[in-house]
Design a protein around this ligand. Structure first.
Ligand SMILES: Nc1ncnc2c1ncn2[C@@H]1O[C@H](COP(=O)(O)OP(=O)(O)OP(=O)(O)O)[C@@H](O)[C@H]1O
Length: 264
């Protein structure tokens, strides 16, 4: 289980970014997390991964990975622990890859590090998982630098690495934000299957995706969790003003989509 207990993160000038945040994800579940832009969702994920910039500090709380408090480990040890057990699909996939190395090197090295495969076996696995995320021109993808691929392609490569390295936990930060509808549906289906043997924290503003994947969702505002409900209920009986506005906007979008589909 990955447990966040009473986590508080501040900028070093003392401005709080997260205040007393608690949540947990357990094997076989996908937990949703939504909230206003700037409410602290990405900071929460970066705090778990030990990726916050130096001007932020965790002033209170615990991050327990299978009972082991990550915060007592040094940065290097912590990254190793996280790298093995926690997979990450970043909101901005460009930041996930080193810009000056070809994808082949980055993908093969990552797969070898986590699976112990030799180079040839890792190459075959890379091709296999790239095809699973609908990147069928594997030669082109592997010979490209990250800057030569689209954001949506890089997001799918991050998912392919998860399929190849099989982490027990996945932190997915708006993983469908750069995808067209067909690839969004494919990624959601892959996450839905993956979740059977793993635990996923799914950050999203995509209400349909949240309803399809997450039995329970949390809502964040101004660095705090303001509401937690069964996801279906969250959009039918939202309790907090932000959630009410969000649910109304989602309902309006669904109506527009429905009318548009009917017209066409
Ligand atoms: N290093 C930093 N120094 C100062 N403020 C920061 C730093 N990192 C993040 N913040 C602030 O913390 C708040 C939360 O940012 P965060 O990126 O976690 O929000 P978010 O909920 O993921 O937003 P979005 O939905 O737009 O991605 C924002 O106001 C942001 O400006």
């Amino acid at each position: 289980m990955l447990e966040i207990k009473n986590l508080t993160v501040k900028v070093k000038n003392n401005t709080p970014i997260l205040t007393d945040v608690s949540l947990s994800i357990d094997e076989g579940t996908c937990i949703g997390l939504t909230g206003a832009s700037g409410s602290g969702k990405t900071t929460l994920i970066k705090s778990i991964m030990g990726m916050n910039s130096g001007d932020l500090e965790i002033t209170q709380g615990q991050i327990l990975l299978d009972g082991d408090n990550l915060l007592i480990h040094g940065a290097k040890e912590r990254r190793a622990l996280c790298g093995k057990t926690i997979g990450f699909i970043p909101q901005n996939p460009m930041t996930a890859f080193f810009p000056h190395a070809k994808m082949e090197r980055q993908i093969i090295e990552t797969l070898r590090m986590h699976t112990g495969l030799d180079k040839k076996q890792a190459y075959a696995l890379a091709e296999n998982v790239l095809r699973q995320v609908n990147l069928t021109d594997t030669k082109r993808v592997l010979s490209a630098y990250p800057g030569e691929l689209s954001g949506g392609m890089l997001q799918r490569i991050a998912m392919a690495l998860i399929l190849g390295t099989k982490p027990k936990y996945v932190l997915a930060d708006e993983p469908t934000s750069a995808l067209d509808e067909a690839n969004r549906d494919l990624l959601l289906e892959l996450l839905r299957k993956y979740q059977k043997t793993a635990a996923i924290l799914f950050i999203s503003h995509d209400t349909e995706a949240m309803k399809a994947l997450c039995p329970i969702s949390h809502v964040m505002e101004c660095g705090k969790i303001i509401e937690t409900q069964a996801t279906e209920q969250l959009f039918i009986h939202p309790q907090q003003p932000w959630t009410k506005r969000f649910a109304e906007a989602a309902c309006h979008r669904e109506e527009v989509n429905w009318k548009w589909t009917a017209l066409n």
